[in-house]
Design a protein around this ligand. Structure first.
Ligand code: SF4
Ligand code: SF4
Length: 85
């Protein structure tokens, strides 16, 4: 299904994910001005979050909307990468 997304559609989805992302309220979060929504395939791991002190992803609307299964996208990589895709 995702293969059918045009680059413009991916950009739209990314903006939506970033706007709904609850990472900023998470105990592991560290702000270095980068894009959040680390679960998103074109975003992936954080450059500055290093310590896993809890993950708020399961309570995020994007998590439900995109039927995500994993967590700690900031330290462990996007959903697709964690799934080995
Ligand atoms: S699932 Fe996690 S990484 Fe993805 S948008 Fe929500 S809080 Fe951010
Ligand atoms: S991906 Fe999870 S652990 Fe990382 S900042 Fe977002 S909510 Fe916190």
């Amino acid at each position: 299904m995702e293969e059918e997304n045009t680059p413009e559609q991916m950009e739209e989805k990314k903006k939506m994910a970033v706007s709904m992302c609850v990472c900023r309220g998470c105990p592991s979060f560290a702000d270095c001005g980068e894009d959040i929504a680390f679960c998103f395939p074109t975003i992936g791991k954080s450059k500055c979050i290093k310590e896993e002190k809890g993950c708020a992803c399961p309570s995020c609307p994007v998590y439900t909307k995109m039927s995500l299964k994993k967590d700690y996208y900031c330290t462990r990589a996007s959903e697709k990468e964690q799934m080995g895709m």
